[in-house]
Design a protein around this ligand. Structure first.
Ligand code: CP3
Length: 376
């Protein structure tokens, strides 16, 4: 399926940006940089806007979601916006009883623990789902109209991370009920994963169709799994989720020296990120991702080695060091850039989200520093 001619990738607006070049595996002039959770509580302008509102209501208000997405782009000059939403938004849109509790995370009204619970999940009528996603498409459209040539990254939770919330009923350290279910009732587990893959895949597709130039799948809790369980019970569903955007393409026109335009058909780049997933990196690439996001637990040169030296990587400043004195942080950023040089391309990011208490000026300083010193 061709993206609309007005889409920022198809129109050429973002196709040549540093971020998209790097995601496609070529090194741009300088290393691009953005931060997971750049939109949110580290910004005073965000906290001001959020007074008296509920997180999920904000996510479904196109004007607010768009404004919050733009705040860190304006302030820090990052190379990408990440759409302001949450991984549980599509669950809410299909009628799951879920709220986001401050300081805790998503909390479900009921836990989905048995085959009967799984069977009781809403039947997914594609037409109804598309209607439900209208506020998301609207928020993305407004955002890309304001971002100009800065690409917007759309995102979704991976099926396992969403299933973990559904089965546990809320945040959990070891996801023990989810891990029990996959072995105790593999059929119910497969049905649950197929359901979450469809819900989250359509959420991601809506964002790309509305103008996002890249897509990131967050499998925040996959690090709780063994490689064997990941490959068998999780990876197929993640591949299914990504398949919802894998068919979306655009034509890129490049003028060569003889002024002979050549056309290349390109896919929308997909990034796959997980926490504590050093042992799973290769599998996480194999599901059909173009780029692998690396958390702060393994250095990028080692991640690159595990990926065979052929995959663009994203990461992996340790968020803890954002509060360290600048010379300590600067040395760490230089080390991350240095190790990232071994990969085909590198997008600088954190190894997980921005902690809420982060001084936003530190993030701006990193962006300036990387743009000055991060010659690719
Ligand atoms: O810049 C961005 O990344 C903004 C968009 C974004 C949010 N959540 C906004 C948010 C993204 C990409 C997410 C993804 C998300 N949500 C993940 C995957 C990434 C990760 O961190 O591993 C997960 C696991 C969730 C579920 C979730 N939502 C958690 C664990 C929390 C934190 C709860 C808390 O208060 O500590 C949320 C809430 C949430 N999502 C907030 C924001 C800005 C905080 C709510 C607030 O501002 O009141």
């Amino acid at each position: 399926v061709n993206l609309d001619a007005q889409h920022p990738l198809a129109s050429g607006l973002t196709a040549g940006s540093r971020l998209i070049r790097a995601y496609q595996g070529t090194r741009p002039d300088v290393t691009p940089v953005w931060f997971m959770r750049q939109a949110g509580r580290s910004l005073p302008e965000y906290r001001e806007l959020r007074v008296g509102t509920r997180m999920l209501d904000v996510c479904l208000d196109p004007e607010l979601a768009s404004e919050i997405t733009l705040q860190p782009v304006r302030r820090h000059g990052v190379d990408a916006g990440i759409f302001f939403s949450d991984i549980v938004v599509p669950l809410k849109l299909v009628g799951v009883d879920v709220e986001i509790v401050a300081g805790k995370g998503p909390v479900l009204g009921t836990a989905t623990r048995t085959a009967k619970d799984v069977a009781a999940l809403t039947a997914l009528d594609p037409a109804i789902l598309d209607d439900a996603l209208a506020p998301i498409s609207e928020a993305v459209a407004r955002t890309v109209a304001r971002l100009g040539d800065t690409p917007l990254i759309g995102f979704a939770g991976a099926p396992f991370t969403l299933a973990a919330y559904l089965v546990e009923g809320g945040p959990s350290k070891d996801h023990i009920h989810a891990r029990t279910l996959m072995h105790a009732d593999p059929e119910a587990w497969a049905a649950l994963m197929a359901w979450t893959a469809e819900v989250t895949g359509r959420f991601l597709r809506a964002q790309v169709l509305a103008g996002a130039s890249a897509a990131q799948l967050f499998d925040s809790w996959a690090g709780a799994l063994s490689l064997e369980d990941y490959a068998r019970y999780v990876a197929p569903a993640s591949a299914l989720a990504i398949s919802h955007v894998r068919d979306l393409t655009y034509l890129e026109r490049t003028e060569d020296e003889a002024a002979d335009p050549t056309e290349i058909r390109r896919n929308v780049p997909v990034v796959h990120f997980g926490v504590g997933t050093g042992e799973l990196l290769k599998e996480m690439h194999t599901i059909g991702a173009d780029v692998v996001g690396v958390d702060y637990r393994i250095p990028l040169d080692e991640a690159n080695r595990r990926l065979g030296g052929v995959v663009p990587i994203q990461g992996n400043i340790d968020p803890a060091l954002l509060a360290a004195p600048w010379p300590v942080l600067e040395a760490h950023v230089l080390d991350v850039l240095e190790r990232g040089r071994l990969a085909p391309a590198h997008v600088l990011n954190l190894g997980h989200g921005v902690p809420p208490e982060t001084d936003p000026d530190v993030l701006t300083r990193i962006v300036d520093f990387v743009h000055e010193h991060g010659a690719a």
